[in-house]
Design a protein around this ligand. Sequence first.
Ligand SMILES: NC(=O)c1ccc[n+]([C@@H]2O[C@H](COP(=O)([O-])OP(=O)(O)OC[C@H]3O[C@@H](n4cnc5c(N)ncnc54)[C@H](OP(=O)(O)O)[C@@H]3O)[C@@H](O)[C@H]2O)c1
Length: 268
Amino acid sequence: MYSKDLFKDKIIVVTGGRSGIGYAIAKQMLQLGAKVTICSRKEEPLAAAAKELQAFGECDYMSCDIRQTEQIQALAKQVKERHGRLDILINNAGGQFPALAEYINDKGWNAVINNNLNGTFYMTREMANAFFIPQKEGTIVNIIADMHRGFPGMIHTGAARAGVENMTKTLAQEWSDFNIRINCVAPGIIESSGLDNYPPPVKQMFDEAREGIPMRRFGKVEDISNAVCFLASPLSSYITGISIYVDGAQHLNYDKMGLARVMRTFME
Ligand SMILES: NC(=O)c1ccc[n+]([C@@H]2O[C@H](COP(=O)([O-])OP(=O)(O)OC[C@H]3O[C@@H](n4cnc5c(N)ncnc54)[C@H](OP(=O)(O)O)[C@@H]3O)[C@@H](O)[C@H]2O)c1
């Protein structure tokens, strides 16, 4: 649906690009002419994903943990050596686990905040300093979550993603001086590899919850990548600091307590 050369020769990094939503974003951007580098922690599946993605265009990879600044700097070095610049950063890497707030210990809380909030900030800051600020040009899209009305059953990721959304609003203003745009995409429940990580009762709850979503379906990974491509491209050249909810109106009308109720049945 987009023009085939929307991202012609654009240099793009997609974090968490080896699986699920990140893979779909990388694939679509390659199909639209980009040169994409994917990163994640697990080298073997990352290399395999990059090999598959090469069928669609020029795809590099590098193992990189977004929580480790030195690893991000090594990624920036590789991108600079191979391409000389970076046009677009997609902060998609992240993860969380369902749990009731009162059972989350310091380690669990810090793990999710460190990955989903700190890691996203470290990656954004490093790529801005290495590329976007000196270039006086760059575009960033952050994948967050549907935490518009809180996130019962996953308080840590709700707090982390709200932090990323607020960080986005701040940077949209501070970095407009450098011609950098930054926006968020908030997925609802998306049929992707990320859902495989949840225990069976939670998956069953998701299935039952489908009817509560105003559009009566889950999202597809392509629903997310279409929104990301819009925000990453010049089609949105006057849009910065916003979040697009890609969730079939779930953030407006949905029983947010379903996950917490299921967790009560086996955590208490
Ligand atoms: N699926 C949904 O319904 C949904 C809804 C809302 C938000 N989201 C968010 O959307 C993003 C993609 O989700 P998905 O469904 O595609 O899940 P996924 O398949 O589990 O993808 C997460 C990716 O992030 C990478 N990753 C995680 N921690 C990392 C770290 N510290 N450093 C580098 N890479 C890291 C993982 O690779 P490694 O394990 O190799 O590091 C993996 O490739 C996630 O942030 C997720 O929380 C998903």
